[in-house]
Design a protein around this ligand. Sequence first.
Ligand SMILES: Cc1cc2nc3c(=O)[nH]c(=O)nc-3n(C[C@H](O)[C@H](O)[C@H](O)COP(=O)(O)OP(=O)(O)OC[C@H]3O[C@@H](n4cnc5c(N)ncnc54)[C@H](O)[C@@H]3O)c2cc1C
Length: 203
Amino acid sequence: MAPEHVDVLIVGVGLSGIGAACHLERDAPDKSYAVLEARGAIGGTWDLFRYPGVRSDSDMFTLGYAFRPWNGAKAIADGPSIRDYIRHTAREFGVTDKIRFHSEVVSAEWSTDGARWTVTVRRTDTGESEQLTCSWLSVCSGYYRYDQGHEPRFEGSALFTDRVVHPSTGPRTSTAPASGSSSSAVAPPRSPWCRAWPPRPRT
Ligand SMILES: Cc1cc2nc3c(=O)[nH]c(=O)nc-3n(C[C@H](O)[C@H](O)[C@H](O)COP(=O)(O)OP(=O)(O)OC[C@H]3O[C@@H](n4cnc5c(N)ncnc54)[C@H](O)[C@@H]3O)c2cc1C
């Protein structure tokens, strides 16, 4: 049996994937599409990161959707508010029912002859595999791994004997090895779970 074919296949239901699907609903209602998501929830970054104080560092009037402007009380918003905003947007535009959760894209092959992608999907709940084809593949999968935090090795890193905790899995950290937006957000100075926060800037 030939795999199911859709005009557009969107991968990921973070800000980008939900935004792409809403645009299709609004501007190309005649196109068939499906949305695949490896996890079991909408929100991407804003569902994964749940440490105390998680928030955006851009203003939401810029980071939010032009077609559904942010109207929250705070321009720099907390994570749960952004997650709700993405979820409500998906529901309002009729996208939620199009999402296939627990569906991880593991490969995609382009055929010039057939002018289509063949996408292999692994069900993360059952381990089963299936294939779909699409004419347009929109990869909105973010820029980091969801199954494990990034842990770069650098000279002397083995000397650090304390526990390394990633913000995506909930920090109880005493040292934040940077002073960018993430570490500033992860280790707010008055946070009750932060024993000490001596920033370690590179420059
Ligand atoms: C704490 C924090 C604060 C941030 N603040 C800002 C900010 O203020 N401004 C800014 O511009 N950016 C910010 N970012 C970056 C933020 O990740 C992006 O702005 C934005 O949320 C990314 O959305 P996205 O939809 O592209 O990807 P993501 O939110 O990463 O969503 C990707 C989705 O794709 C799914 N997925 C991944 N791989 C697969 C696969 N193979 N198959 C199926 N599904 C898959 C994931 O499960 C996830 O649901 C911040 C990041 C963090 C962690």
